[in-house]
Write a protein that binds this ligand. Structure first.
Ligand code: PXG
Length: 304
């Protein structure tokens, strides 16, 4: 344990390896997804796979298997590892090729599926909230390497993460070339002002997070207005509440940004409502991992 899927075969952790000739390693040429399973269900499974296939299209990578097959392969990997609550890391690399950027050198993309226990953020951050700093590293512009592609090229985010670590902060907020808020290094960002939820528009260049879209849905269901907008640091400093969202993080409150206290300095009431709604949803919504043979099994029992 864990058993790792690589191109149709399962390997023990120690034997799960890729070639040094893989362009995913040599050039960061590939894409990935981070997905979670809760209570025996893969949360927003299809949405994650659709984003993966959209990233593939954008980088002209022909997926070696259709989306339905990929869905089955993820579920099988979870079953093989006997997981109900898990973190799933899907990687698709350009594959093995000669040296040189030309993707035509790579005969076939490689698919890797890792399913493992999740490492949660400490409970303390959800209660006390995060402190953010503002990274000097600007977000890649949409006309360079679009942040909408979840690519194996994460150095832009890693440089900002290093700045955060050096400053003693867990996360950094990143701005675009014009100073508009984009997102953090691996979470999207939300503000609350006068009861309205705001999040940066995807036009500035962000990864359109699955958690972000769930939070927008939940916000509306709870009766809040939700707006995607061009936002600046001023909007952040003067917000009543702020929080970040992501598959790993779920929803984490932000209580300080660049030395300014946000709102009351404590996790806000709207954040708390959304977090509860999110937790409730993750327990019941998603692609079942183990019930897949349920109807067939029941039918077989009836025949007996
Ligand atoms: N922005 C960026 C740059 C991200 O990488 C998000 C926003 C949030 O998106 P989701 O769809 O998760 O709500 C991400 C997500 C990993 C890992 O293994 C990375 C992410 C998510 C899960 C795991 O590093 N990034």
């Amino acid at each position: 344990m864990p058993l790792v899927y690589i191109d149709g075969k399962y390997h023990e952790k120690e034997d799960a390896r890729v070639s040094v000739w893989d362009h995913g390693l040599l050039y960061g040429d590939g894409i990935f997804e981070g997905i979670r399973a809760y209570n025996g269900r893969v949360f927003r499974h299809l949405e994650h796979l659709e984003r993966l296939y959209a990233s593939a299209r954008s980088i002209l990578l022909e997926m070696p298997v259709p989306i339905e097959q990929m869905r089955e392969d993820v579920l099988t990997t979870l079953r093989k590892n006997e997981l109900r609550d898990a973190y799933i890391r899907l990687c698709v690399t350009r594959g093995v090729g000669d040296l040189g950027l030309d993707p035509r050198k790579c005969a076939r993309p490689s698919v890797i599926i890792i399913a493992d226990k999740i490492k949660l953020y400490p409970a303390e951050v959800y209660e006390r909230g995060l402190r953010l700093m503002v990274a000097s590293t600007r977000k890649n512009a949409p006309d360079t390497l679009s942040p909408r592609i979840k690519s194996l090229n994460y150095l832009n985010n890693i440089l900002a993460k290093i700045e955060a670590i050096q400053a003693g902060c867990a996360e950094a907020v990143m701005l675009d070339r014009n100073g508009f808020l984009t997102e953090c290094t691996s979470e999207n960002i939300f503000l609350v002002k006068n009861g309205v939820l705001f999040t940066p528009t995807a036009v500035v260049g962000i990864l359109e997070g699955i958690t972000r879209s769930v939070v927008m849905e939940l916000g509306e269901q709870l009766g809040f207005q939700v707006q995607m907008a061009f936002l600046t640091m001023h909007d952040l400093y003067t917000a009543d509440e702020c929080f970040v969202t992501g598959t790993g993080a779920e929803l984490i409150p932000v209580v300080e940004v660049a030395g300014r206290t946000i709102g009351s300095g404590h996790p806000g009431p709207i954040f708390k409502q959304l977090l509860k709604a999110f937790h409730d949803l993750t327990q019941v919504d998603g692609d079942p991992i183990y019930d897949i043979n349920g109807p067939l099994k029941k039918a077989a029992e009836k025949v007996k």
